[in-house]
Design a protein around this ligand. Structure first.
Ligand SMILES: [Zn+2]
Length: 250
């Protein structure tokens, strides 16, 4: 039973250029085995950590940093390719037509989704001039580790303040996105209080910019379909369903 996994070579969409030190973005990925599927199906408080470790296990050539610390664009790209190398690129999903309400199934080829690669433009986008306070904020690219951390912190806050009625998601998201304010590195001890006082207009500018940036590297989630009922063109986004790692095999 040795060496019957499939191996493919891929190149990270960040080109290895968005990390502390640039590195070779070419990786070799092997298909998942039962061992990885057991891990995937184990209950966890940190779902991104589990998937990052599975990707890590399937990397035949290791990267200089953990998959858990890759930017989300690279992480999601590897997740797609892990699915492709394990089960092939055919993926079926169901789409709802917003014009006539018709539901229909369609299949896509995961290898044909558009991939956005790093360009220097992203460096400009990482710096945001806030419209109300006039401050200059530098953003960072979020990682799978950040997304787990946000959920952990949310749980901790709820434990610590059981009467808290506010949803802290936006605060934790901003905290995780901001690297420096007016050139000063963020102080973890005071950042939450600083952010609570941030004008909402400024925070919206940060959140919108972060969303734009997240679309600049990695798989393009936009999906265009034609409704078989009314014939109109539908723009939707790619969604992960159980089919992603549990396809029907005939
Ligand atoms: Zn329709």
């Amino acid at each position: 039973m040795n060496n019957i996994t499939i191996q493919e070579e891929y190149s990270l969409p960040s080109k290895g250029l968005v990390y502390g030190k640039p590195f070779d973005p070419v990786v070799k990925l092997r298909s998942m085995t039962v061992a990885e599927e057991m891990k995937r199906l184990t209950a966890t408080e940190n779902p991104y950590k589990t998937m990052s470790e599975i990707i890590e296990d399937c990397l035949v050539t290791k990267l200089p940093i953990p998959v858990y610390d890759l930017c989300l664009g690279d992480y999601q790209y590897l997740l797609h390719k892990l699915r492709v190398v394990t089960y092939g690129p055919d993926y079926s999903l169901s789409v709802m037509c917003p014009f006539c309400g018709n539901f229909f199934d369609r299949s896509i080829n995961l290898d044909e989704l558009k991939v956005n690669e790093y360009t220097e433009d992203i460096l400009k986008e990482l710096v945001v001039d806030l419209p109300t306070t006039g401050k200059k904020v530098e953003l960072r690219l979020q990682t799978p580790r950040d997304l787990d951390k946000i959920e952990q912190k949310k749980k901790e806050m709820k434990k610590q303040f059981p009467d808290m009625k506010e949803d802290p998601t936006i605060l934790l998201n901003l905290e995780s996105l901001i690297k420096s304010i007016d050139g000063q590195p963020v102080n973890p001890a005071t950042i939450q209080n600083t952010l609570k006082k941030l004008p909402l207009r400024d925070s919206m500018k940060i959140m919108q910019r972060a969303e734009k940036i997240s679309g600049l590297i990695g798989i393009d989630n936009g999906l265009v379909s034609e409704c078989p009922n009314c014939g109109r063109e539908i723009n939707s986004t790619f969604r992960f369903t159980s089919e992603f790692f549990r396809p029907e095999i005939d």
